[in-house]
Design a protein around this ligand. Structure first.
Ligand code: SAM
Length: 306
C-alpha cells in the first residue's frame, strides 16, 4: 500500500522513509527517469538513521537492491542515472549493464577536492547513464556555449578557420562536464554538504525527459532533483530517510531558485552567453567570424557539428 506523502505539489510527492521500503509500493514501468545520488559510504553524517560506513560488500549489496528496484520502476525507453565516486560506479555499472543499455560514463569535474595519499588528485565524479531497451524515449541534449577565459573572454580552444561554420546554437555536449559549479553561493546553498547544483539536474532532465514525464529520485537530500523537476514542469517522486525540512523549506522559497533557473535557460543553446559577449566586448575580442547573429532564433541546420 502507498504511504502518505509528507509533502506534495501539483507535480510531485515527497515520502519520508527508507527508499527500499517505499520503492516497492510503486507500480512497475511507471517512471521515465531514475536519478540517484546516494551516500558514498564515506562515513558522513546524514542523521542517526543512515549508516554511511558499511563494509564494502554490504554497501554494494545495498546499492544493488535499490538499483534493481529503480530498474523495475523504469518504463521501456526510460533513462537511468547514477551519480557516485568512480570507485563505486565501476562495480555498480557492471551490475546495471546486465539489465540496461549503457549510454555514457559522464565525468563531472570537481572544482575543489582533497588530495588522497598515494593516488592521483581526484578531479571527477562519475555519472552513469543507461537506458531501458535499445532506444531512449527522449534524448535531447542541450548545446553548450564555447568555453572562454573568464578573465579576458578569449576562446580556450582554437577553432582556426572554422569559426564561421560553428553552429550558432552552441557546441555538442560531451561526456566531460567541466561547467557544473559547486553549490557555494549562500543564497542557493541549502545544506552543509552534498547538495547538487541545479544546473546539473537541469541538464540531466533536459537530456532525458520532456514536460509531464515522471522523475524518481530515492535520495532526496536537499531536494535539488525535485526543484529542477518542478521548475521544468516534470512530475516527480521523492524519498528521504532523514529530515525532509530542507526540501519543504526550499519549495517555500522556490522564487529564488527560479531566478537562477531562468538564467540557466538563457545560457544554453547559444555559442556565446550574454555575459560572455559583454566580457569579450570589454576586452576588445571580435566576434565577426562567428555566425552568431541568429543564435537566439529557432534552430538552424548545423554547419559544422562540433
Ligand atoms: C548525497 S545525499 C543526496 C543529495 C541530493 N542529491 C541533493 O542535491 O541535495 C543522500 C541522501 O540520501 C539519504 N538517504 C540515505 N539512505 C537513504 C534511504 N535508505 N532511503 C532514503 N534516503 C536515504 C540521506 O539522508 C541523504 O540526504
Amino acid at each position: 500500500m502507498l504511504p502518505s506523502p509528507i509533502f506534495q505539489t501539483d507535480k510531485g510527492k515527497l515520502y519520508k522513509g527508507d527508499c527500499l521500503k517505499n520503492m516497492p509500493t510503486l507500480p512497475s514501468e511507471s517512471i521515465d527517469c531514475f536519478f540517484a545520488d546516494p551516500p558514498f559510504n564515506l562515513n558522513k553524517s546524514y542523521g542517526s538513521s543512515v549508516n554511511d560506513n558499511l563494509a564494502e560488500g554490504k554497501y554494494l549489496q545495498w546499492c544493488y537492491d535499490w538499483i534493481d528496484e529503480g530498474i523495475r520502476l523504469l518504463k521501456p525507453g526510460g533513462s537511468f542515472f547514477l551519480y557516485n565516486l568512480p570507485k563505486w560506479n565501476i562495480p555498480l555499472s557492471n551490475h546495471i549493464a546486465k539489465q540496461l543499455i549503457f549510454k555514457n560514463w559522464i565525468a563531472i569535474e570537481i572544482k575543489f577536492s582533497l588530495p588522497i595519499q598515494g593516488r592521483l588528485y581526484p578531479s571527477h565524479y562519475s555519472l552513469l547513464y543507461y537506458v531501458k531497451g535499445k532506444k531512449p524515449n527522449t534524448f535531447n541534449p542541450p548545446r553548450v556555449p564555447l568555453q572562454i577565459c573568464r578573465h579576458c573572454g578569449g576562446e580556450i580552444k582554437d577553432y582556426g578557420g572554422y569559426k564561421n561554420k560553428l553552429n550558432p546554437k552552441g557546441i555538442n555536449l560531451s561526456d566531460v562536464w567541466s561547467d557544473i559549479p559547486p553549490v557555494r553561493h549562500k543564497k542557493y546553498k541549502n545544506r552543509e554538504a552534498n547538495a547538487l547544483s541545479l544546473k546539473l539536474m537541469d541538464r540531466i532532465l533536459d537530456i532525458s525527459t520532456k514536460e509531464g514525464d515522471i522523475v524518481l529520485d530515492p535520495f532526496g537530500g536537499s531536494g535539488t532533483t525535485y526543484i529542477a523537476a518542478e521548475l521544468k514542469k516534470r512530475k516527480w517522486i521523492g524519498i528521504e530517510l532523514s529530515t525532509t525540512d530542507e526540501i519543504v523549506n526550499r519549495f517555500s522559497n522556490i522564487a529564488i531558485e527560479r531566478e537562477y533557473y531562468d538564467a540557466l535557460q538563457e545560457n544554453k543553446n547559444v555559442l556565446f552567453t550574454k555575459e560572455a559577449l559583454k566580457l569579450r566586448k570589454k576586452n576588445g575580442k571580435h566576434n565577426g567570424k562567428y555566425n552568431i547573429e541568429h543564435q537566439h532564433e529557432p534552430t538552424q541546420e548545423p554547419l559544422l557539428d562540433l
